[in-house]
Design a protein around this ligand. Sequence first.
Ligand SMILES: *[C@@H]1O[C@H](CO)[C@@H](O)[C@H](O)[C@H]1NC(C)=O
Ligand SMILES: *[C@@H]1O[C@H](CO)[C@@H](O)[C@H](O)[C@H]1NC(C)=O
Ligand SMILES: *[C@@H]1O[C@H](CO)[C@@H](O)[C@H](O)[C@H]1NC(C)=O
Ligand SMILES: *[C@@H]1O[C@H](CO)[C@@H](O)[C@H](O)[C@H]1NC(C)=O
Ligand SMILES: *[C@@H]1O[C@H](CO)[C@@H](O)[C@H](O)[C@H]1NC(C)=O
Length: 292
Amino acid sequence: MSGSILLLLTLGVFSALFANAAPTLVYSVADQLPVIARVDKVYEFKLLYNTFTTTSTTNITYTTTPLPPWLSFDNTTLSFTGTPTADDVGTLNLTLTAFDTSATTSSFSILVTDEPSPAIHQGFDTQIGNPALHQFNTAQALPSHQGVYIHPYYSFSLGFQQSTFRSAYGASSKSIYYSAHLRGYTALPSWLKFDNETVTFSGTAPSQGSFTIVVTGSDVWGYTAIENSFVIEVGTAYIDVAEDKQLANVTTTAGSLVQTALDLSIVNVNGKAGDVSVEADLTEFPWLSFDR
Ligand SMILES: *[C@@H]1O[C@H](CO)[C@@H](O)[C@H](O)[C@H]1NC(C)=O
Ligand SMILES: *[C@@H]1O[C@H](CO)[C@@H](O)[C@H](O)[C@H]1NC(C)=O
Ligand SMILES: *[C@@H]1O[C@H](CO)[C@@H](O)[C@H](O)[C@H]1NC(C)=O
Ligand SMILES: *[C@@H]1O[C@H](CO)[C@@H](O)[C@H](O)[C@H]1NC(C)=O
Ligand SMILES: *[C@@H]1O[C@H](CO)[C@@H](O)[C@H](O)[C@H]1NC(C)=O
């Protein structure tokens, strides 16, 4: 009897808490490694769409601390855009506020520099396609060079070149800072470790899955200047599409119906034509549906 009263009281406290819950900060903006702004170059820093989440029925609205004239924030795409000039060089300390029935904030900085950006020197597809440029242990390059294939539960390592990204000042001048995350997140899955000094991934594969790993390079730690990605496929068979037979892109205009069928005959299983079933992750595209 007293147990159920206690339970009811507890439930009451929980629902009261939820009714007044502020948005939850899922991925801090600073952890998203803000893109560095460069003088006279078009700037874009797009936040993860689920940076904040809410349990409230009121939609989240977003505001920022005052922005300089060159920078604007689009509160529907969660993007900072603009083109800074030489007068804008410096560090902007900003706060993003998400509000449903109350507010949650995330503070971060945007750096404006007149230094040139590092660039991709040897992309992952080039390195994966050339055995002299990678050092893989128990992992196999996918024939398309888009990534690697690893057997379930195998421990593995993937060594890449220090020169994946290169400073605009050349190979030996300035250092490049490396960081890596799973696409759509700010961290790697727990089974995958990244040594940013040797540009080496290692770990023990999970049971199955396809994981897009984004590696960022920067001339300043804590920010992003450049990025490149590759795929880790774990399963009992590897699935890929030959490099010269990619799925076609679909272009559409706002407000018009888009309908397209995937040509699965170009998909290979273990390097040969085979049966595949397809799933689509459309969480970022609520207006699309997929009939498998
Ligand atoms: C919240 O946003 C959704 C999707 O944009 C919209 O359909 C809905 O009407 C909004 N709800 C409120 C209470 O504004
Ligand atoms: C975006 O800004 C406009 C204008 O300030 C405001 O009316 C709208 O509610 C905002 N939407 C979001 C999602 O923050
Ligand atoms: C921005 O923040 C950093 C560290 O939090 C601080 O050192 C710097 O002085 C701040 N810059 C401005 C312009 O407020
Ligand atoms: C590697 O990451 C650490 C923080 O985890 C950082 O301090 C260091 O500068 C990074 N080194 C390189 C070469 O990216
Ligand atoms: C589709 O678009 C993406 C992004 O713009 C591009 O990287 C890719 O090469 C395009 N694919 C084809 C087959 O044109």
